[in-house]
Design a protein around this ligand. Structure first.
Ligand SMILES: Cc1ncc(COP(=O)(O)O)c(C=O)c1O
Length: 271
């Protein structure tokens, strides 16, 4: 899957004493794959609206030991996209590899894959785990300039992808026409659910381009445990900028309505 791509990237670019940057908060595996190879992670805080702080990233990339920058777009768990002009500025300014993890890109309908022909230091990571719902099949891939792919191939285990998984991925691509409407439905439901969440008192909802929504509550722990009692599992998140936030996966209309009804109960809203 995409996690193996992260391992290949770390094997390619990280040595003891080097470092990689992450626009944080973000997906936790960047840190794990870099630290496994004795590299150091430098967290560059996102802005309060969770956008990338490009100036700070550029500044940190000036360190001679910087090898790689991880951006996640849409970002897990905040849901926002990296701005195209920000990524281009980064690509044109820094010397190190710029990784854009587009695990959730199908839900955004936007991608930076087209920039890989122009920028050798850009690597896009994608997966069949999210929009295709095939996490158990373990298929991910990277898109980059041919020269960069040649470099990454040296660190790629030759037999890690089974023929069964490849066959399933091929089947998914052949049946895209059935899967695409489901992605569209999730995108529509995401906007509807975000609207309904925003109507609740003391709930701050962050705009999302993924299949989840980040929301801030007054007492996230209470909301989490009360929903758990009702059989609903939200994702707890922690760390700077994420205090009292929960990540909510967008489901079908009925399940989303059930969540809103339960949230109203928990938050004491009379309906
Ligand atoms: C941002 C991001 N990248 C990569 C992955 C890993 O995907 P895969 O199942 O393809 O290893 C995930 C899964 O949670 C993710 O959220």
């Amino acid at each position: 899957g995409a996690d193996e791509a992260l391992d290949i990237l770390a094997k390619t670019f990280v040595d003891p004493g080097t470092c990689a940057l992450v626009a944080s908060p973000t997906y936790s595996m960047y840190r794990i794959s870099v630290e496994l190879l004795d590299g150091r992670i430098i967290e560059v805080a996102r802005r309060p609206d969770f956008s990338d702080n490009v100036e700070a990233l550029i500044e940190q990339c000036k360190r001679p030991e910087a090898r790689m920058v991880f951006l996640c777009s849409p970002n897990n768990p905040t849901g926002n996209l990296s701005k195209r002009e920000d990524v281009v500025r980064l690509l044109e300014t820094v010397e190190c590899a710029v990784v854009v993890d587009e695990a959730y890109a199908e839900f955004a309908g936007e991608s930076l894959v087209d920039l890989t022909g122009k920028y050798e230091n850009l690597i896009i990571v994608r997966t069949f785990s999210k929009a295709f719902g095939m996490a158990g099949v373990r298929i991910g891939y990277m898109v980059a300039h041919p020269e960069t792919i040649r470099l990454l191939s040296k660190a790629r285990p030759p037999n890690s992808v089974s023929t069964i998984s490849l066959t399933l991925a091929k089947l998914a691509l052949e049946n895209r026409d059935e899967i695409l409407p489901k992605i569209e439905e999730i995108k529509r439901e995401r906007e509807r659910l975000a609207g309904r969440l925003a109507e609740l008192p003391n709930v701050e909802v962050y705009p999302s381009q993924a299949n989840f929504i980040l929301a801030r509550f007054e007492q996230a722990d209470k909301v989490y445990s009360e929903l758990l009692k009702r059989g609903m599992v939200l994702r707890r998140v922690s760390g700077p900028l994420l205090e009292n936030c929960l990540r909510i996966t967008v489901l079908d209309r009925k399940a989303n309505d059930r969540l809103i009804t339960s949230l109203k109960e928990v938050l004491g809203v009379k309906s």
